[in-house]
Design a binder for this molecule. Structure first.
Ligand SMILES: *Cc1c(COP(=O)(O)O)cnc(C)c1O
Length: 350
């Protein structure tokens, strides 16, 4: 068991202006608890129901359902316009432009770097090994006193694999700042998720999304789970009505019927096995990397040529050959049975 080092106080991690910030107080924030039926407080139009009213700024009803589905408390939930909003908020709440830095595994999801660049924050990378695994020691060696945040994605994108649980726990115990673990694909892994360990690690932020297993990329609903004090900071900084009513309503419908989601996941996992087994047999495929997500990485003989060929056949995959450690690799998302069969048929007659 690793010895826990002393964490920096939250106050010393948050941007000073954000720590001091008095948030915008909307009309709907100020009234609460009473059974009002005449709403003359927000300059809304009384006609065109139900879209005339501002939505709940803290999405209380939706968070009740998320809490149940995810096994966390409602106060530990932040909801955003996709995970991307939460990723950007991490920078805006914790990192000072031009002063602080973050450390991330490489390769990984591109938005961590884009948001660092937008916020003028130094983005340090630590290469994964040839099995796409992370060394906690290497991550720690890349940190200095200005490192506020460490980014981990598990299962990782584009490699698809889970990052070893013990290495992540070691980082959580040995790094004194914020650790973000993006678990966008955890529904496909069947392994314990880090959001269950929030009470153990006060500086842990876990990201989830409705965009993948939940089949709702179009409604834009991302989640961050963290201790209440961190969620409170996110709530101060976010736009007051960041989740619109259409999204809240659709998400609640889905959360009341999670059996369908489990069914989708089961089919996708079966199809993943079928597709990966078939890929290994293809002459144009050199290696299929193990995955815990709804996609896999395959090293091909000539990724660009195969990408172009598939494109001409109306099939789009992701060419990751220019990404570090992903030479000649295509990233294949698992589709419907029919779509997957079309992909295989095209590759077999190359
Ligand atoms: C797809 C994906 C997301 C989802 O982002 P949204 O903004 O919620 O759609 C988040 N993280 C990773 C690593 C992803 O691959």
């Amino acid at each position: 068991m690793d010895k826990r080092i002393k964490m920096r106080e939250l106050k010393d991690l948050v941007r000073p202006n954000i720590w001091k910030l008095s948030p915008y107080s909307s009309a709907r924030d100020e009234y609460s608890g009473h059974d009002a039926h005449v709403f003359l407080d927000a300059n809304e139009n009384p006609y065109n129901q139900p879209y005339n009213r501002y939505p709940d700024p803290l999405q209380k009803d939706l968070k009740e359902l998320v809490a149940k589905a995810k096994g966390v408390r409602t106060g530990q939930i932040f909801l955003g316009n996709g995970s991307d909003e939460a990723i950007d908020l991490v920078y805006r709440c914790f990192t000072r432009p031009g002063l602080d830095n973050v450390v991330a595994i490489e390769p990984t999801y591109g938005m961590y770097r884009v948001c660092a660049d937008i916020n003028d924050v130094e983005y340090r990378t630590v290469n994964l090994d040839d099995q796409f695994q992370m060394s906690a020691n290497k991550m720690l060696a890349a940190c200095d006193m200005h490192t506020k945040v460490i980014w981990i994605c598990s299962p990782n994108n584009p490699s698809g694999n889970l990052i070893r649980h013990d290495e992540i726990e070691r980082l959580l115990s040995a790094f004194d700042g914020i650790v973000v673990i993006d678990e966008a694909y955890s529904d496909f892994s069947g392994k314990p998720a880090f959001r269950k360990q929030l009470d153990q690690y006060p500086h842990l932020i876990v990201l989830n999304t409705m965009s993948k297993a939940w089949g709702c990329a179009a409604i834009r609903l991302g989640m961050a789970f963290a201790q209440e004090e961190i969620i409170h900071i996110f709530n101060k900084v976010k736009y007051p009505y960041n989740i619109n009513k259409l999204t809240q309503d659709r998400a609640m419908e889905l959360l009341r019927n999670p059996y369908e989601v489990q069914e989708w996941v089961n089919i996708l996992l079966q199809e993943r096995t079928r597709l990966m087994d078939a890929f290994i047999q293809l002459p144009c495929c050199e290696k299929v990397y193990p995955t815990d997500a709804n996609f896999f990485l395959a090293r091909m003989t000539d990724a660009q040529a195969i990408y172009n060929y598939l494109l001409e056949n109306g099939i789009i995959v992701r060419n990751r050959s220019r990404v570090k450690l992903c030479d000649n690799c295509l990233r294949i998302t698992i589709g419907t049975k029919t779509e997957n069969s079309q992909l295989l048929a095209a590759l077999r007659k190359m």
